[in-house]
Write a protein that binds this ligand. Structure first.
Ligand code: VTB
Ligand code: MG
Ligand code: MG
Length: 328
């Protein structure tokens, strides 16, 4: 990526931490399977959290959880400030979402994933005092032409120009929420199509930045933990992303100020995660557009994961087959 020329890549090979971390998201996804479609999202989350914590403990790193999703809806969580890893490797900040899409899992719907993002210690913005964040994500083409400070109509027209296609060919992922009624109308009025997400704007954001997907933009208010997590992935995809914290009340606003957060600031990618050394891993729980969900193939359990690393600019798909008898 920008600060690392190819010579450095070969002179200082180091292990790809993400290849170890993927064991933790695989474990969380596998352990969530008995809870798919059983109507109990906290039970699903709890199983995933326990599995993730156990596997993280074996990874060679000294991690501190900066983003432990769950506080929002009183779900089980890996706590902010909790140390994970065996303490023997690099000092890192970690964002975890053992299941992004607990409701999707509990209802048996698509697009639930298990996620971990990692960056160097002290580089991840601790936005945990504000639940929501306004976000906009595109591929690199959006850089310099798309902005949260512009109207959605202007953003779509500018992005279309940069991509060299008509606005009518743009697909925009948005969380399907009452708060987005006006946004959804404005997207359609501008001539673009929406892809409404039940949940899961981490996968939505990644799909917006990937050249392979049919999503051109992901926009709207979602979780701020998911925003920081997405930012780690975007570094590896060389995508464009901006955010702005969206406190829902005066007390949340003052908590944020007390925590040293500037809630009015337009956050660029580097404000959300600084530096150029991020890892992002996600394993499918249920089938989705980003990765397949956990499947059973005879005596094997099959998982699919995506493994991103910003330093090398690599995106890997990891399909693993796990002997089911080891997991029962
Ligand atoms: C989003 C979505 C998540 O939270 O960030 C969302 O990606 C935002 O909150 O999957 P609301 O659901 O309250 O709108 C999730 O739905 C759950 O973590
Ligand atoms: Mg989540
Ligand atoms: Mg979650």
């Amino acid at each position: 990526m920008t600060s690392t020329d190819s010579a450095t890549l070969f002179e200082h090979p180091d292990r790809n931490l993400a290849m170890e971390l993927v064991r933790a998201t695989e474990a969380a996804a596998i352990r969530a399977v008995p809870f798919i479609g059983r109507g109990d999202k906290n039970a699903a989350d709890g199983a995933a959290v326990d599995a993730m914590r156990k596997f993280l403990g074996t990874v060679n790193f000294d991690g501190v959880i900066v983003i432990g999703e769950g506080e929002k809806d009183h779900a089980p969580m890996l706590f902010n400030g909790e140390h994970v890893g065996n303490g023997r490797g690099p000092a890192c900040d970690i964002a975890v979402d053992p299941i992004d899409g607990t409701s999707l899992t509990a209802t048996g719907r698509q697009n639930a994933i298990s996620v971990i993002a990692v960056s160097d210690r002290g580089t991840m913005l601790d936005a945990s005092s504000v639940f929501y964040m306004d976000k906009i994500v595109t591929a690199a083409a959006g850089r310099g032409v798309v902005s949260l400070d512009q109207s959605i109509g202007d953003n779509l027209r500018e992005l279309a120009k940069a991509l060299g296609k008509p606005v009518g060919e743009l697909s925009v992922a948005v969380l399907d929420r009452p708060r987005h009624e006006g946004l959804i109308d404005a997207i359609r009025t501008a001539g673009a199509g929406t892809r409404l997400l039940l949940d899961g704007d981490v996968a939505g954001g990644i799909n917006a930045a990937r050249y392979e997907s049919r999503i051109d933009m992901c926009v709207g208010i979602g979780g701020s933990p998911e925003g920081i997590t997405t930012a780690c992935a975007l570094k590896a995809l060389d995508g464009f992303m901006q955010g702005r914290l969206a406190p829902g009340s005066d007390s949340e606003r003052s908590n944020a100020l007390a925590a040293g957060l500037d809630v009015d600031k337009l956050l660029e990618l580097d404000d959300m995660v600084s530096g150029d050394n991020t890892f992002f891993v996600a394993t499918g729980v249920t089938d989705g557009g980003l990765v397949d969900g956990v499947r059973r193939k005879g005596p094997m359990i099959r998982t699919e994961s995506i493994v991103l690393r910003s330093r090398s600019g690599t995106v890997r798909r990891v399909v693993a087959e796990h002997l089911a008898s080891k997991w029962l």
